[in-house]
Design a protein around this ligand. Structure first.
Ligand code: NAD
Length: 467
């Protein structure tokens, strides 16, 4: 059955005659979505404008209660949501469950920290006082990718609502099941009509129209850097507020004093999780030359000990992405002798198992582009400056991992890496809602989560008063 779209607090049939099909990468499960039209968009935008004014009566306490209740519902329904997430993305059910449970923690965090948005009083000399107040930005277009649909929406929507905005959600055409379910949960909350809106369609068609619409005040976009740049252009006419969380080409730096066994585990988790389809995945191993032989021996031993990768890794989510990865590997075939682990020729049911390159030139595509698959490239260094230069030699700046027993040294290096999130002696899987996330350079604009996340979705006003 064709999915309905959501506005004015009800599900409605789309006016569009066009539709698209989404088939799960793991099961014969097919969903039909409308390719929404301009008429749908105008209904949804009108609803969001009404929702925005309705929401202005809700104070921080009421908003906090709603966020808490959503968090509880997500927790209660986490197994159902995880199933949908797994159908959408192909990820392992256990991984999906952990992600949904983490998402519920973010909603709870936003509920508990909402007082970040309380007015701030200031006093100056000569009887002058001031107030800083936080107001909603307006109607926010929230556009999400296919790799972590539920986590990505949960890192943004609680903060959008906490700040009193209305929202129009456009999920990825490849991953809409879990987000559709979330909208059903949101429908049951005490939110005024029009605050939550959802439509479907391709980025090139409805996505473009949504972000360039004059009534949209802010765009929260998570996806590739290429599309992020397009969105900057499309939004420039209206000087819209932007929060962009984009791609990455991230390094894991292993220093000579690191515990090799632990560093190998961290490396594997950080380049393989979600089959390498993670924006913060660290796919460039920057390794101290002194420990190269020992590290590679341990890495190969660990990878060879995994008898069936299919038990721990899902398929590449879309066949488009699967073909893209193979195209890159084929283009790079003059470096096939640099492959020290993995099989480049295996092409089965969209699965790609870990591949490790050694000693590729720094400007090679594998070292420069976001491949978005379980592919690691090893580059060695002889001194700290070299390690930092290799890690920073990219247009991106999203994340890094550092392994060293000397925490102060690792901290010092982390200050020299141009990235928004750095883990020391831990894999990229360890995350906390309290911490702001976002990218340097072409990895994005603005920050999500933490107290900064509330401010991202607020207009901040200074009022200066004198009696
Ligand atoms: P994508 O850029 O192809 O699409 C993302 C979303 O944008 C989709 O909903 C798509 O329909 C929409 N879109 C596409 N063209 C558009 C346009 N012209 N106007 C408006 N909307 C448009 O990204 P993807 O392939 O879905 O996701 C993978 C990418 O997302 C990777 O680059 C990954 O690094 C990035 N990502 C970043 C983060 C982060 O927090 N930095 C998190 C997850 C994913």
């Amino acid at each position: 059955m064709l999915k309905k779209i959501f506005y004015n607090n009800f599900w409605h049939k789309s006016f569009s005659k066009k539709k698209y099909i989404n088939t799960s990468p793991i099961k014969k499960n097919t969903e039909y979505y409308p390719e929404c039209s301009s008429k749908d968009l105008s209904k949804v935008i009108n609803s969001a404008c009404i929702g925005l004014s309705n929401f202005s009566d809700y104070d921080l306490i009421q908003r906090s209660q709603i966020l808490k209740s959503i968090s509880i519902q997500i927790r209660k329904k986490y197994k159902i949501i995880a199933k949908l997430e797994s159908l959408d993305t192909g990820k392992k059910i256990k991984d999906a469950q952990n992600e949904i449970l983490y998402a519920s923690k973010i909603w709870n965090y936003a509920s508990e920290e909402i007082n970040t948005l309380k007015p701030v009083d200031k006093k100056f000399g000569n009887g002058i006082k001031a107030k800083i107040i936080f107001e909603p930005v307006g109607c926010v277009a929230l556009i999400t990718p296919w790799n972590y649909p539920f986590i990505v929406i949960s890192e943004r929507l609680p903060f959008i609502l906490a700040a009193g905005n209305s929202v129009i959600i456009k999920p990825s055409e490849y991953a809409s099941r879990s987000i559709t379910y979330l909208v059903n949960i949101l429908k049951e909350q005490n939110l005024p009509d029009g605050v939550i809106n959802l439509l479907y369609g391709s980025g090139k068609k409805i996505g473009r129209k949504l972000v360039s619409n004059k009534k949209i005040n802010m765009i929260s976009f998570t996806g590739s850097t290429i599309v992020g740049k397009k969105i900057i252009n499309l939004s420039s006419g209206g000087v819209k507020r932007l929060s962009l969380e984009l791609g990455g080409k991230n390094s894991i730096i292993v220093m000579s004093d690191a515990n090799i066994k632990k560093a190998v585990d961290i490396t594997i988790n950080s380049f393989c999780s979600n089959s390498g389809q993670a924006c913060v995945a660290t796919s460039k191993l920057v390794l101290d030359k002194k420990i190269k032989t020992a590290f590679i021996k341990e890495l190969k031993k660990k990878l060879h000990s995994i008898k069936d990768f299919k038990k721990i890794l899902g398929p590449i989510t879309t066949s488009f992405q699967f073909k893209r990865i193979h195209k890159i590997l084929k283009k790079n075939s003059m470096y096939n002798e640099n492959v020290i682990f993995g099989d480049l020729t295996k092409k089965k049911n969209n699965y790609i198992f870990p591949i490790v390159y050694d000693n590729l030139p720094l400007n090679n595509i594998i070292n420069q582009e976001e491949i978005f698959g379980p592919i690691l490239s090893i580059i060695t260094f002889e001194n700290e400056n070299e390690a930092i230069n290799i890690a920073n030699n990219t247009n991106y700046g999203l994340s890094a991992v550092i392994c060293s027993k000397n925490i102060n040294y690792a901290l010092d290096i982390s200050k020299k890496i141009n990235s928004g999130r750095i883990w020391i002696n831990q894999s990229i899987l360890k995350n906390f809602p309290d911490l702001p996330i976002g990218g340097y350079k072409e990895s994005g604009l603005n920050r999500e989560c933490g107290t900064e996340g509330f401010k991202t979705y607020s207009e901040i006003k200074s009022i200066i008063l004198k009696k």
